[in-house]
Design a protein around this ligand. Structure first.
Ligand SMILES: [Zn+2]
Length: 149
């Protein structure tokens, strides 16, 4: 199933961990609708601006998969509202700065620099346009306000 012209449902639910451990990762109809909104409002505009592949490292996470990877129980990945991605040949920081200027979203997180990834969520009910930067400090994840290199 294609969600937008460049994004398929398959790539939004694909998970190395789920494959390796045989964990099913099947979104409900409403979670698929949320994934479609995320693609339409965030991922497809990024793809069209840069004109190069957007590689999704994590999209939807069902409850079992999320537990298995130690994800937060309130993660928007579990609602189909968030994706982690990189853009081929572009720095994550540059992508975040462009998104900050041009797109609406709930949360945009510059996660763990370069290499690292961009986390972005989109929710029909919540549009905080909030930017954060995630760093590791002695093994603990810290979230700082704003986009910081
Ligand atoms: Zn994420």
């Amino acid at each position: 199933m294609q969600l937008t012209s460049n994004f398929s449902l398959a790539e939004m639910v694909r998970s190395q961990t789920a494959l390796r451990k045989g964990i099913p990762n099947n979104p409900t109809a409403s979670e698929i609708a949320a994934l479609r909104l995320l693609c339409e409002n965030v991922l497809q505009p990024v793809r069209e601006h840069y004109g190069v592949p957007v590689n999704i490292s994590s999209g939807y996470r069902g409850p079992r998969l999320n537990r298995s990877i130690g994800g937060s129980t309130t993660s928007q990945h579990c609602q189909g509202e968030a994706a982690d991605f990189t853009v081929a040949g572009k720095s994550n920081f540059e992508v975040c700065r462009w998104m900050e200027r041009r797109l609406n979203y709930d949360q945009l997180i510059y996660e763990f620099g370069e290499p690292g990834w961009v986390h972005c969520s989109f929710s029909a009910n919540r549009m905080r346009n909030m930017e954060l930067s995630a760093t590791r400090n002695s093994g603990r994840v810290q979230y700082l306000p704003g986009l910081k290199r």
